[in-house]
Design a protein around this ligand. Structure first.
Ligand code: ADP
Length: 257
């Protein structure tokens, strides 16, 4: 595919057609290699939990294993199975987003209510880690969108804030209307993201710190899903972050009248 077509004259009709064809070839090549990378990354991600499950089951099928040892192995197996099922769910969502097969069910929603429900649900997770999760959400925020996607979006951002903030830290979520747009801010006092990593964190499978992210159940897919959800809602995301100080994600979404 990487062969380019060469025209004798760049400025005549054939030359211009050749330029269009070459551009098309470049784009096709890029799409193919993206597809290949996605498949190989996905297989790699799935291979790790499978290897862990296999090792633990083999080890515990040996004779003379105590009940306690078996129980410990089962707990690990269960955790890995949960992770795989979460990963497969995310992969399916992304695959469907690529083929535009996904039906988006837009309706008029009370975003204030949605935010309050999600924050309440995530409160338990934060508390368990000793993190203070506070909110300041304007009443009556109205949006035309897909309820389950927007819920997933908020869960992903809050889940990250909790995952990457050490115990004793703070997370603050606010939402209001600003310049006819809904502005949601999720601010944490966590580990932060370096300038170099900020350029990549919305890429599929990208994790700033692979081992830390995997240990906390991360797949590197959450933010790429968020970016896609915001895009289909005609919004945008902004990030500000300082290593060891914390991160602030700002989501802008159109307000429905
Ligand atoms: P993951 O499943 O690994 O959390 P995401 O796509 O949600 O994947 O995030 C990509 C990477 O961005 C994470 O692995 C992490 O390194 C970084 N990241 C995301 N949110 C935060 C945050 N609030 N604080 C620090 N790092 C973050």
């Amino acid at each position: 595919l990487s062969k380019r077509i060469i025209a004798e004259n760049d400025n005549d009709e054939i030359g211009r057609l050749t330029a269009i064809l070459n551009d098309l070839l470049d784009r096709l090549e890029e799409a193919f290699s993206r597809e290949k990378r996605f498949t190989s990354d996905a297989s790699h991600e799935l291979r790790t939990p499978i290897a862990i499950i296999r090792a633990h089951s083999e080890e515990n099928l040996k004779e003379g294993r105590s009940l306690k040892e078996c129980q410990h192995a089962l707990e690990i197996i269960q955790k890995q199975t949960d992770y795989m099922s979460h990963l497969v769910g995310q992969l399916l969502l992304l695959a469907r987003s690529d083929t535009k097969e996904l039906s988006i069910e837009n309706e008029n929603l009370d975003l204030t209510e949605l935010l309050e429900i999600v924050v309440e649900e995530m409160q338990e997770l934060a508390l368990r880690k000793g993190i203070n999760l506070a909110m300041n959400i304007e009443q009556g925020l109205a949006i035309y969108g897909d309820q389950s996607m927007l819920t997933q979006l908020l869960i992903n951002f809050l889940d990250n804030a909790i995952k990457y903030t050490p115990g004793g830290g703070k997370i603050y979520i606010s939402a209001k209307v600003q310049n006819n747009q809904i502005k949601i801010v999720i601010k944490d006092t966590g580990i932060g993201i370096s300038k170099e990593d900020q350029a990549y964190i919305f890429d599929r499978f990208y994790r700033a710190d692979k081992s830390r992210s995997r240990a906390s159940g991360g797949s590197g897919l959450g933010l790429s899903i968020c970016q896609w959800i915001v895009k289909i809602h005609h919004g945008s995301i902004k990030i500000e972050s300082e290593v060891n100080q914390g991160s602030t994600f700002t989501i802008f979404l159109p307000q429905s009248k």
